[in-house]
Design a protein around this ligand. Structure first.
Ligand SMILES: [Zn+2]
Length: 415
């Protein structure tokens, strides 16, 4: 009897469902907006921040301010803007209020990918060790000139290249391996820039741009990260069906947010520029980058006042120094937890090296001299011979172990 009921239910579902299946089959993805209020989860701000000993107050019918002994966060009702310790960041969705309970809510994704990384950077997995590889991308180039200010004869592609070169030299002095995606006036597609960074095994990617707007009043700094999967970019309020794809760079959403925050904070403070916030967009240059990546708009060329400052040496020096300070803050505050090479692997390499070295000195008739056996420029072992051979072998192996550990540590492969 029960089976018969189930069977009739299945037949009924098929009759109702089949036409829908037939109609949807072969339909291409559209830009139809998702009913995001139904699909996204929210969290009570006070409940989230209680774990960090925050106290919250509602002010002027608009601001929801939360503070503890180290941080101050201001949320704005019905707005995506959030001010964290004086720096502006955009949430994925506006803060909403439950009028009955007088409680404030943010999207759960904003708690996980924006609030928590800012409150607990020490829990973020580090991808850039000291001395790691940074790729700097000078925006535009060749036929793509970018933004222009014809009155002051400024072109974005030239400015980004100058800033990138200065940043490369300063970061190299700070001990990083730095590469540029372009070091001359050449055309380079967005995909090529990302691919180059991946080929160079970049551990951090910074794309440099200068901004322009129709309104000549627009000015300030903004920093972009790649938009979270299934969520709207900052310039939109609703997610589209086409936003659902997860891209390579989405693996680094948390690192991206914290890196962008550190750089935006440092640049706006040191340059005294208007803070236009940390934003998200689906930029092609960031999409396929296999490491934490940001794009910074370093000021508006369309604003004559700001453009004339951008062209000065002082602005460029301050800009470069503040980007470096932002990167250093990011590196300092995140932690190294990427153990890629297990310690057993080092011991294995050591054992194989040990067995490859003969226990007794080789005879000249065997073709190789002991001098060649111990030739290791990094270990700097002086060649020994005769009775001291065993001692030289021991020193050589100890040195091998030490240099191997140091090398892997500097690459960030072991903690
Ligand atoms: Zn640009």
């Amino acid at each position: 009897m029960l089976f018969k009921q189930w069977r009739s239910c299945v037949i009924f579902a098929c009759i109702i469902g089949l036409p829908a299946c037939v109609l949807n089959a072969g339909k291409r993805p559209t830009n139809k907006s998702l009913s995001y209020r139904d699909t996204y989860k929210t969290e009570d701000i006070e409940n989230v921040l209680r774990h960090y000993n925050f106290r919250c107050v509602y002010e002027d019918g608009k601001y929801f301010r939360c503070f503890n002994c180290t941080h101050h966060i201001a949320f704005i009702l019905e707005s995506k803007e959030m001010i964290f310790d004086g720096t502006k960041l955009f949430l994925t969705r506006p803060v909403v209020k439950n009028p009955r309970q007088n409680r404030f809510f943010v999207a759960a994704v904003d708690v996980e990918k924006i609030l928590k990384p800012l409150l607990e950077p020490e829990k973020i997995k580090k991808y850039l060790p000291n001395g790691g590889c940074i790729v700097i991308d000078a925006g535009h180039g060749g036929t793509a000139e970018g933004a222009k200010n014809s009155r002051l004869k400024l072109v974005e592609k030239r400015l980004t290249l100058n800033t990138a070169r200065a940043l490369q030299s300063a970061l190299s002095k700070a001990g990083y391996k730095v590469f540029l995606t372009r070091d001359s006036d050449v055309d380079l597609s967005l995909e090529q820039r990302g691919q180059l960074a991946n080929k160079l095994k970049a551990q951090l990617f910074v794309s440099l741009h200068y901004n322009a707007a129709e309104s000549m009043q627009a000015r300030g700094i903004e920093t972009f990260t790649y938009t979270f999967a299934s969520h709207p970019s900052t310039d939109r309020t609703k997610a589209l069906a086409s936003d659902e794809s997860t891209e390579v760079n989405n693996r680094f959403d948390i690192q991206n947010t914290y890196l962008a925050y550190c750089i935006q904070k440092s640049v706006t403070l040191r340059l005294g520029s208007i803070d236009r916030g940390v934003r998200r967009a689906r930029f092609g240059v960031l999409r396929h980058v296999h490491c934490p990546a940001i794009l910074i708009e370093c000021g508006f060329l369309s604003n004559d006042d700001e453009a004339s400052k951008i062209a000065t040496k002082t602005y460029q020096e301050k800009l470069v120094n503040s980007i470096i300070k932002g990167i250093q803050r990011y590196v300092h505050n995140t932690i190294m937890r990427t153990v890629v090479v297990p310690p057993t692997q080092i011991l294995k390499d050591f054992q194989s090296k040990k067995s490859s070295l003969p226990k007794r000195p080789l005879l000249k008739s065997q073709g190789t001299s002991n001098k060649q056996t111990f030739r290791n420029p990094s270990a700097e072992v002086k060649p020994f011979c005769g009775a001291s051979y065993r001692f030289a072998r021991k020193i050589y192996l100890a040195n091998f172990l030490f240099y191997e550990k140091t090398r892997l540590k500097s690459m960030g492969l072991i903690g």
